[in-house]
Write a protein that binds this ligand. Structure first.
Ligand code: ADP
Ligand code: G6P
Length: 472
């Protein structure tokens, strides 16, 4: 097997197998923040990506994707059920998102989590050249740093958590909390989205493992593990370039015409996930329609909600509820040829998503809890003419950076309604001043700045950065 100087290990590969409209088999970029962040970063570098290609059965052979080597890890049906849908997405995901849904604990899931983490660690060990850097991603693989260090002590190992890391009161619920913390401590550098998460982690390490820990350094025997906040971002320039393309601008104009040239277009783009606050947002919108503050004649809401983790019960329930709610609102408030909500549950390519961003006067991003939320950043990057209002939840990691957004607490229905009205009624001057400030921030703190700051902290010599040459 060819070995690489930088190996990214993530549960999901950047491409998913899917069937094209003509019935042919094709690979398509998987929706989700982790892939959106890392894919543009690694393009045309000598990196390798170890991950799962979706589905079960033997690992398919994948060609390089934009010059990045793909190493597929196979999951069996049991692994899919107990590791991916079970421990990762029905234990850790809800627990790490403020337990907005009840986390479930099953011993069989934990066994699968260990088994699958071992498999990923072995695949990473095979893909890494001597002295390589291995960058492990996210909550599916928290044991990999520790397992990999045992297999390959020569490696530099980084770990980055894309989702929130919960406060001790919540994390302490986990029956296997000790093992999870120890697994992460196999890394040389542990990155979080927010300083608060690094603080939570250090507190837990001190409390559960009795190790000396600050928010920046943890001593594990002879080793020092560094900890820090590295808020993830997007390729701002690339997104802006795409938005500025004449065909994307044309498409945005056509979309608006197809919507009947309304005065205002409101857009939401989410994976269908209970952390995204979709039900709360629809409820707020319904009340605004009922009170007459928003009128179907002049305002249109587009809700894009691509199905996600759709065999997990909580996700199935959510989808049914959202679709029921949309149908009900359209039934009550729509008019012939003028639905109140345009609901789209399809994956879109980047150009179509950006055309939607360009069409929207208001972007409503109101998760109940979110590690970062790249959709919010993508919208800002796409508003190249400094128009457009961002309605943003205080509970998204992005709110710490995009302070000029219209910030709301999505749990507060009245606050949510007021926030949406404020964004809809804002003056062009106010909107432009806010957008300019947010775009300025994202042009500086883009995905390349993120990689630079993380990888420099991981590899102080800078040799890796020079080799992969990705971060200008
Ligand atoms: P999460 O990581 O929880 O999914 P983020 O907002 O951080 O949330 O990232 C979602 C990513 O998925 C964004 O890059 C967004 O553009 C992409 N995405 C969301 N919906 C779709 C869709 N319908 N089609 C294609 N990509 C999508
Ligand atoms: C979030 C997680 C990612 C995950 C993505 C999509 O961004 O942090 O690790 O890949 O959601 O979810 P999925 O289950 O489809 O991989």
């Amino acid at each position: 097997m060819r070995q690489s100087p930088l190996v990214v290990v993530a549960n999901r590969l950047p491409v998913d197998d899917s069937v094209a409209p003509d019935g042919a088999f094709e690979w398509r970029r998987s929706p989700g923040g982790l892939v959106s962040a890392l894919h543009p970063l690694l393009r045309n570098t000598p990196a390798a990506w170890v991950g799962w290609a979706g589905g079960t059965g033997p690992a398919p052979h994948l060609p390089d994707v934009d010059g990045v080597r793909m190493h597929t890890v196979a999951l069996t049906g049991d692994d899919l059920r107990d590791h991916y849908e079970g421990f990762a997405n029905a234990t850790l995901w809800p627990l790490y998102h403020d337990a907005v849904e009840q986390p479930e604990y099953h011993r069989r899931w934990w066994e699968a989590y260990q088994r699958v983490n071992q498999r990923f660690a072995e695949a990473a060990a095979e893909a890494a050249e001597p002295g390589a850097t291995v960058w492990v991603q996210d909550y599916h693989l928290q044991l990999v740093p520790g397992l990999l260090r045992e297999l390959r002590p020569d490696l530099r190992i980084g770990f980055f958590l894309h989702v929130p890391f919960p406060p001790p009161e919540l994390f302490m619920q986990l029956p296997r909390r000790t093992e999870l913390l120890r697994g992460m401590l196999g890394a040389d550098l542990i990155g979080f989205q927010r300083a608060q998460a690094a603080h939570n982690f250090a507190q837990l390490v001190a409390k559960v493992l009795g190790l000396p820990a600050t928010d920046r350094r943890i001593n594990v025997g002879e080793r020092v593990v560094r900890v820090g906040a590295f808020p993830v971002s997007i390729d701002t320039a690339e997104m802006a370039a795409l938005a500025a393309r004449p065909e994307v601008a044309d498409r945005a104009r056509r979309l608006r015409q197809d919507l009947g040239d309304p005065e205002r277009v409101v857009l939401s783009v989410d994976r269908m996930d209970y952390t995204k606050g979709i039900e709360q947002r629809l409820k707020a919108y319904r009340e605004l329609l009922a009170s007459g503050d928003v009128k179907v004649r002049d305002t249109v809401l587009i809700q894009v909600a691509v199905p996600s983790r759709d065999r997990v019960a909580q996700y199935q329930i959510l989808r049914d509820r959202v679709e029921h709610q949309v149908g009900r609102i359209n039934g009550e408030f729509g008019r012939v040829g003028e639905p109140a909500i345009h609901y789209l549950s399809q994956p879109f390519d980047r150009a179509e998503l950006v055309a939607l961003y360009r069409t929207a006067d208001v972007m409503a991003v109101t998760p109940l809890r979110d590690g970062m939320n790249l959709v919010a950043k993508e919208y800002v990057a796409a508003r190249v003419d400094d128009t457009g209002a961002l309605l943003l939840s205080e509970f998204a990691g992005a709110a710490a950076e995009l302070e000029q957004a219209y910030l709301v607490n999505p749990h507060d229905l009245d606050g949510l309604k007021q926030g949406l009205l404020a964004a809809l009624r804002a003056t062009p001057e106010d909107v432009a001043a806010r957008m300019r400030a947010m775009r300025g921030h994202l042009l500086r703190d883009d995905i390349h700045a993120w990689a630079r700051s993380y990888l420099t902290a991981l590899d102080e010599t800078g040799s890796l950065l020079r080799r992969i040459g990705t971060t200008d």
